[in-house]
Write a protein that binds this ligand. Sequence first.
Ligand code: PBG
Length: 317
Amino acid sequence: MRRLRKENLRELVQESKINLKDLITPVFVDERIESKVEIPSMPGYFRFPLSKVADEIGRAMELGLKAFILFGLPSKKDEIGSSAFEKDGVIQKSVKSIKKEYPDAVVITDVCLCEYTSHGHCGVVKDGKILNDETLPIIARVAVSHAEAGADIVAPSGMMDGMISAIRGALDSEGFEDTAIMSYSAKYASNFYGPFRDAAESGYSFGDRRSYQMDFHNRREAIREVELDIKEGADIVMVKPALAYLDVIRDVKERFYVPIAAYNVSGEYSMVKAVEKMGWMDGKALAYEILTSIKRAGTDLIITYHSYEIAKLISNV
Ligand code: PBG
């Protein structure tokens, strides 16, 4: 077995490799700031003002990154998250400014209400309950507004039942048949999202997300979620988080023939940064190994906050 492990031969036989073209970089755009702000629980990661977002995309594209998923921090929130579907909302403006400067960039938008609602939940709330069907027309409207602004792919992350068919129907009837849907299909109610809620100010004011996101004790249920989303019209399905969910990625890979994305989430990033800061492990090498493992499990695309470092590592800059 050792013959092919020689330094000059090993690359030739590597089975799974990270390709920069498969990485999707999250971008936080904050309507209320004038210059970039570092996210305290995500060292080395920033929120950008609207005026700088296109420049940031340009910087990332120079490193070889091509695809981006946008998250917005609006200046106002309300009960139903109406600033999520405004024509001149933070995401709609960001998409336009990016597409104007970099028409080749792949622009994906996170479609959810939690950053825009006063209570921080991903749906409409009544008597302490997160309502499913009442939420669908609102997220469909958000998706259409993103498509109108020029998004290539919309990515609903709210885990409402029927969200994909509601969005596909709305996009098609508004003339956006070409806008693709990447569904956060198997999204678990996870402790690994902690730093993101800090980054996107999307924490909730009561309860938790366990009535809509999946229970992490379950594996087969993910298959049902993915199956439903594909039937409803999802073009790409996602498993989230990634590192503690490699079994789920493998299951989805073996059963379905659509592209799979895995979300290497904020908490996974912050853990690496924390041990790096402590001097306990080599953060870049860890990130590289983690992303390679996610690839090996069977994902096609990886959404990751490590993309800048990996791009530099791979291209030796
Ligand atoms: C919004 C959303 C979340 C993430 C992506 N979209 C947070 C949540 O569901 O609470 C998490 C991403 C990350 O942790 O990196 N629904």
